[in-house]
Design a protein around this ligand. Structure first.
Ligand code: PMP
Length: 427
């Protein structure tokens, strides 16, 4: 029995049959450094997928900060400690002045769960609107928002889904202003539908970059109408920044800033601690106080001194190494390279993205834009075999997901593009 077969069988026996794995031949990764991952046989892979090791795998500054704090004190959050205060102060300084307080959690799921309850506390209502093809996490409440994994017993009557924006196949068939109006109309319909139920309307939750939905190419201002409709109905806007946050899109620290909106609540996760589990909810003090009054919230691990040290160290590196600017420069360079590949390979129907979050939508036919999810699966498996790790996502699961650690260089982009060129040529 091969090492791979034995490990898969052991994993299934111990962790259950539904623990998902990437790739036909799952990679057995044992070490990471910067943008590189190494498997058990010492083979090196270029990491074009992972946003959790935001400032690079095992960045020494983050590792040192975690070790130092773990060797000094780690405890729950019912004592006075400057770590959480210094971190929240520095973090909230990157937001609109209205968003000046935060609750720290351990995961993005928890953060979204708290955000939904904040909106309930403020509005006294529970109805929530999300986009289809999204994912906001795995608690009982937020798993109700993910259409990809419909909950046992179906969606609650308090949930409405609106079509995720798709810039390649826009709602109503037309892009630009008409597309933004069509999206806002869907939100208005969902609000009206909730208002007819005992749940009422509480919040619209969106990833402002619509990452899981396939990061459509949307102009700043696209969401304005939808946001106005929410506010007019007395609801709150929750921006899930788990994917586009911390400068990934290059131009802005946060995806909602790129989209040109100011949400009422912002949720954070994945890259926040470079792999150390920390998430957060940022909101105006009135919103947070309404929540604290309604829910008497306590989180044993959220905001502990080690997590805050990790979060602080991530912000240090982002700043010191100019990583947001790197995301802007290298992202634009890599996307231009991907566009050149589209001139050569007909199966690339569309290329898009921002900063270090971009990809190519693969199609069977450019005219009909028929999605090619099987081809996308083949591409990412072939890439893995050749030492480049990436994923796929989107409404039709046919868009490559290229979202590497932020120190990704032009040289790394060249390598990724040349391997992709080879793989596409060989199909
Ligand atoms: N929101 C979004 C947009 C996500 O992509 C994810 C995770 N993929 C989550 C929330 C959940 O975060 P976590 O896995 O840390 O609970």
């Amino acid at each position: 029995m091969s090492d791979e077969t034995r490990l898969i069988a052991r994993r299934e026996r111990l962790l259950g049959a539904n623990m998902s794995l990437f790739y036909e031949h799952p990679a057995h990764i044992v070490r990471g450094e910067g943008v590189w991952l190494y498997d058990a046989d010492g083979r090196k892979y270029l990491d074009c997928y992972n946003n959790v090791p935001h400032v690079g795998h095992c960045h020494p500054h983050v590792v040192e900060a975690i070790c130092r704090q773990a060797g000094t004190l780690n405890t729950h959050t019912r004592y006075l400690h400057e770590g959480i205060l210094d971190y929240v102060e520095r973090l909230t300084a990157t937001f609109d002045p209205s968003l000046d307080t935060a609750i720290l959690t351990c995961t993005g799921s928890e953060a979204n769960d708290v955000a939904l309850r904040m909106a309930q506390a403020v509005t006294g209502k529970t109805g929530v609107i999300a986009t289809d093809h999204t994912y906001h996490g795995n608690t009982t409440a937020v798993s109700q928002l993910s259409t990809r994994m419909p909950p046992v017993g179906g969606f609650g009557g308090h949930v409405r889904h609106v079509p995720a924006p798709d810039s390649y196949r826009p709602l109503g068939g037309e892009g630009g202003e008409a597309f933004a109006i069509a999206f806002a109309e869907k939100v208005e319909e969902a609000i009206a539908s909730l208002q007819e139920t005992p749940f009422g309307f509480s919040a619209l939750i969106i990833d402002p970059f619509f990452a899981n939905e396939g990061f459509p190419d949307l102009p700043s201002g696209f969401l304005d109408r939808a946001v106005s409709a929410v506010r007019k109905a007395g609801g709150l806007v929750i921006a899930d920044e788990v994917q586009p946050g911390f400068g990934r899109t290059g131009e802005h620290m946060w995806g909602h800033q790129r989209a040109g909106i100011v949400p009422d609540i912002v949720t954070l996760g994945k890259p926040m601690g470079n792999g150390h589990p920390i998430g957060g909810v940022v909101a105006a003090s009135d919103t947070l106080n309404a929540f604290r009054k309604a829910f008497r919230y306590f989180n044993t691990f959220g905001g502990n001194p080690v997590s805050c040290a990790a979060g602080m160290a991530v912000l240090d590196v982002l700043e010191k190494e100019n990583l947001m600017q790197n995301a802007r420069d290298v992202g634009a360079y890599a996307l231009a390279g991907l566009r050149k590949l589209a001139d050569k390979h007909d199966m690339i129907g569309n290329t898009r993205g921002a900063g270090l979050f971009f990809g190519a939508e693969l199609v069977l036919d450019r005219e009909t834009r028929e999605p090619a999810p099987k081809l996308a699966t083949r591409v990412i498996n072939e890439m893995r075999e050749r030492g480049v790790l990436m994923g796929k996502l989107g409404i039709h699961q046919c868009t490559t997901k290229i979202r590497p650690p932020m120190p990704f260089s032009r040289e790394n982009a060249d390598f990724m593009l040349s391997v992709l060129d080879d793989v596409l040529s060989g199909l």
